[in-house]
Design a protein around this ligand. Sequence first.
Ligand SMILES: Nc1ncnc2c1ncn2[C@@H]1O[C@H](COP(=O)(O)OP(=O)(O)OP(=O)(O)O)[C@@H](O)[C@H]1O
Ligand SMILES: [Mg+2]
Length: 230
Amino acid sequence: MFECDAISSGYGEVTVLHDVSFTVGAEVFAVLGANGAGKSTLMKTIARLLPLSGGSMRLDGTDVGAWAPHRFAAAGMAYVPQEANVFPDLTVAENLAIGGMIGKRPRAERLAEVMDLFPQLSARYDQSAGTLSGGEAQMVAVGRALMQDPQLLLLDEPTAGLSPKYVDELFSTIKKIQTERGIGVLLAEQNAGKTLAIADRALILNLGRVFLVEEASRVDDTTLKQGYRL
Ligand SMILES: Nc1ncnc2c1ncn2[C@@H]1O[C@H](COP(=O)(O)OP(=O)(O)OP(=O)(O)O)[C@@H](O)[C@H]1O
Ligand SMILES: [Mg+2]
């Protein structure tokens, strides 16, 4: 169980997130909101790349709010940023191996699971990640995170820029990952409709504040319109 209690953060003097509170259990937890609402800022803050300016966060009861990213990763958090989420000069195999440096289970076992989820990658194994298609690169980024055997997986707009076919595939893979592993998945997305279809619960951010935390099935179009209003 991961908990944020009234967290605030931002960039230098600029506070972007204000008093954000929620909990994530073994579920797909959607983070929705308009461009600039603060979704990426929230993900970066949870991943410990931005300091808290207020509030606290706990993983299974332990306060992790002042931890360095690597320490949080070792404790079970994996983060896939919105941009620049693969090492372009390294091969697919090397990218995945980097994720495998954390975690206890045999690397070969974890690699087999990732290749099972993303069979398309097997033909690209020795190709440099910078030459992959957008969809393939996202598979590598998610695969690298899964190699860490996370308890909490943060995905920042993993479907951005993908064609509809890839979007649907990746969403169903994300759902499958959550169900099979029983982990917490925080999924920041622009695409509210498709995200709500696979999410258990959703948080809507509006100008850096919580507009709503609700069961995904209960978030209707009217609520979304209000939540996305600037
Ligand atoms: N490095 C930065 N320095 C200063 N302000 C920033 C920085 N990054 C983001 N911001 C500001 O923080 C606010 C929230 O941005 P953020 O990237 O978190 O939004 P988002 O919800 O992820 O948007 P998008 O859907 O476009 O990815 C915006 O007003 C943005 O201009
Ligand atoms: Mg963003």
